[in-house]
Write a protein of this length. Sequence first.
Length: 380
Amino acid sequence: GAGPTGLAAALALARNSVPVRIIEKEPQHRRGQRGTGIQPRTFEVFHFLRVPEIHERATFIPLLQQHNRGSLEPLQTFPMTPYTEPTPAIPYYNTKAMGQPALETIMRAHLAELGCTVELGTRLVSFTQDEQSVRAKVARLRVDNEEEVEEDLEVAYLIGADGAKSSTRKQLGLTFLGTTREDNFVVLGDIRLDAKGLDRDYWHFFSPISQDMISIRPTDELGKDGWQFVMASRTVDLKGLSQDEEALVNCIKDFVGLGDDIRVKEVMWVSDFRPNMRMVNKFGAGRVFVAGGMELIVHSPTGGQGLNSGVQDAFNIAWKIALVYKGLSPASLLDTYTAERLPVITEMLGLTTELYNRTFGQSQSNFERAMRRGGKLHML
């Protein structure tokens, strides 16, 4: 997997002179801003990976502004996370935002400097392992005729950073504990939007959040008219909206209001999902590990807990593999990966589930309480 988690693992290994291959089943690099929030602890990881551009180019999360549906009159304005002045002891003190395409582009560039490039259109078919190595079968999609060519690999270790539907996890037989919120549905996407009066200095939320809600966050990564939207509902057929661009555009215009003064110029990317709060029961077996071992999707795209936990998973296992691979530590060091990360992910799962419940259970008058993010998330 060549998302942030897989790229972080590959970078950590390559920085430590461990030969690495990184494969991605998709034939092209992923689109979509997706989860954009990067927490201070993750910036520390990027610092150790020597990728300073991520912190330099990431932007502060704008003030949140709440509106009634169809009105730009602000009901209240407040920060999701108050700004704290960095210090020499704590140089990364604040949550910032960066879309995943930009994030991954930076990481791939650093990886390429180390002689490693992402092998697109290549998927893991199967693997076996013994005490000495992992034997993996991968299939590469030929561009010229769309046929797959299989290759047998023998590697020292395998890290599966292949997401919530991980084939690595399934082949290892790891359980995926948690719940799916069947009564909620979320659509998020990237759009180019002309809207007179919609201030780009704010992240706008429309309608009572406990019912139907849309948020629109400005992002110059998509252009000076670029916005990321998130739509959640218990009543609207969002699955249908995600597959009907005209209906989606009309719904966005209805929530924001402005009549003829709003125009959706382009729907650049759309995805939909049901909120899940899930995690694996352990993070590996033998010489095969999973990173990004939880699926944790909440309504807020700047939460990004899955991104943050995945990068930190990857960093944890990668530096340990590097030491063992070089003969500088015993193989038992790898057992500490699950021992260290499982409690962290368990706590994060609890915190984010609480945030989700608080958000979708709040009345409009308690919107600020529902949306504020405390310092605990900075550490996860």
